[in-house]
Design a binder for this molecule. Sequence first.
Ligand SMILES: C[S@@+](CC[C@H](N)C(=O)[O-])C[C@H]1O[C@@H](n2cnc3c(N)ncnc32)[C@H](O)[C@@H]1O
Length: 227
Amino acid sequence: MWDSGWDDIFRKNEWGRYPPEEVVRVVARNFFGAPRRSDVAILEIGCGTGANLWFVAREGFRASGIDGSQVAIDRARQRMAEEHLTADLRVGDVATLPYANAAFDAVLDVECLYANSLKDSRGIVREVHRVLKPGGLFFSKTFMTGTYGDGKGTRLEGEPNTYVALDEGALRKGYGLVRFSSEADVRALYEPLFDIETLDTLVRTEKNRAYEVREWLAVCRALPVPR
Ligand SMILES: C[S@@+](CC[C@H](N)C(=O)[O-])C[C@H]1O[C@@H](n2cnc3c(N)ncnc32)[C@H](O)[C@@H]1O
């Protein structure tokens, strides 16, 4: 469920304007060779202010994005307009995706799913699968257990790796729910509906190596029939 705290975060902070290398890499590897890029439909769930979709649209793909934050979507629309780029941008909860079945070649989750409980994430992943073409690509960048802050906070009842609030770490203030994932968590969430093609990790340090931020990079393919 979308947390209205995100509106405040976007109101108070400038957000990154450029995609991380992992997004560039996964889009490049899978779609730069497409015969006609305008035929490739890419959706980002939780697109925020549109840093990733800016890249997707600029590279000539059909870009769509949805986010619960009106503030973020307004900013994304403004930037697209200023740079004469086109994207279908909508405000809404990703729990119910307002798109037809099999509408997309790819869905990107760039740190959106982690902000939802495991229970809600199961429904969101079902929606992602529904809107993807069979064999379509699902890329998920999501925080890993062991990231600084994990183990220090108030847990959501019934979900051992989900916190309603963290006491320490980069995600500690105003970010709403934070769900860390172990490898088993990632597999249990995605594998009923997807083949996990590659499951890699990204680990970086912050504050002169005072702490680590760990993330999963999951590249998945939508199964034609759920397991
Ligand atoms: C960490 S930000 C990432 C934004 C963007 N993907 C990026 O890389 O810049 C998480 C985003 O997910 C959105 N979000 C999280 N849960 C959501 C939900 N259930 N429905 C809609 N948006 C959601 C938040 O509003 C926020 O914009």
